[in-house]
Design a protein around this ligand. Structure first.
Ligand code: 13P
Length: 255
């Protein structure tokens, strides 16, 4: 497997009003020249996407949304279409985060539709998969994640797989400080890649696979030292510019 530049994506979740986002962006932008060696994205709330995209224009920092709707326009009150996300200056979108699956009724079918539409619209989908603690303790993490990956991605043109990112985020490791061991994370990320290879062949080698769940500056290098983890989807540790920058520096150094 070719080891590529790590891809580190921040997921701010429902944090930061625009003023706070801009304060982060100014501080982070000043640090960005030191952050060569990794691809970087910040996935922020809808309300500050345009302002963030403007400040990060002409920098290597990509801006992404955390969700999108599965139609391009129409009578869907309150929803945001992928075209609107592109219009705000974004190039990426998180799809199927476990918080949306668990709290907001996201299903494998909506994840599948959103992923296709994101690709069609030119957005880089970051498709999230991962098991609950109960599923892990029942010894069913691998088949659970395999099924989620198949439902989200099977049938896509293999040529699109290089534009797809899959984030493996075990639900029990999110926001808990309980990070999966690098070996456990690698095991499931290898399942993700093997599953993609099952329907897309060699193109699976082009897909970025991230780990997410309590990733911090001091555990990123170990995670990236495994064979199938190409980067991280980072929640809490992406909220402070200096902390996120340090995590990226260590990721670039580990690659
Ligand atoms: P934490 O890094 O806060 O555990 O969140 C992980 C996550 O859900 C990123 O999408």
């Amino acid at each position: 497997m070719v080891k590529r530049r790590p891809f580190i994506a921040g997921n701010w979740k429902m944090n930061k009003v625009t003023g706070e986002a801009l304060a982060f962006a100014r501080e982070f932008k000043a640090l960005a020249p030191e952050l060569q060696g990794a691809d970087i994205a910040i996935c922020a709330p809808f309300t500050c996407l345009a302002a963030l995209a403007e400040i990060f224009r002409d920098t290597p920092v990509a801006v992404g949304a955390q969700n999108m709707f599965y139609e391009r326009s129409g009578a869907y009150t309150g929803e945001i279409s992928p075209d609107m996300i592109v219009d705000a200056g974004c190039s990426a979108v998180i799809i199927g985060h476990s918080e949306r699956r668990e709290i907001l009724g996201e299903t494998d079918e909506t994840v599948r539709r959103k992923t296709r539409l994101a690709l069609e619209t030119g957005l880089r989908p970051i498709v999230c998969v991962g098991e609950t603690l109960a599923v892990r303790e029942a010894g069913r993490a691998a088949p659970h994640v395999r099924a989620q990956v198949e439902k989200a991605l099977a049938g896509l043109d293999p040529a699109a797989m290089s534009r797809v990112t899959v984030a493996y985020e075990p639900i029990w490791a999110i926001g808990t400080g309980r990070v999966a061991t690098a070996a456990d994370a690698q095991e499931i990320c290898a399942v993700v890649r093997g599953t993609i290879a099952g329907f897309a062949g060699a193109a699976a080698g082009e897909t970025y696979i991230l780990y997410g769940g309590s990733v911090k500056a001091d555990n990123i290098a170990e995670l990236l030292g495994t064979g199938d983890i190409d980067g991280a989807l980072v929640g809490g540790a992406s909220l402070k510019a200096a902390e996120f920058a340090e995590l990226i520096r260590r990721a670039a150094g580990a690659a």
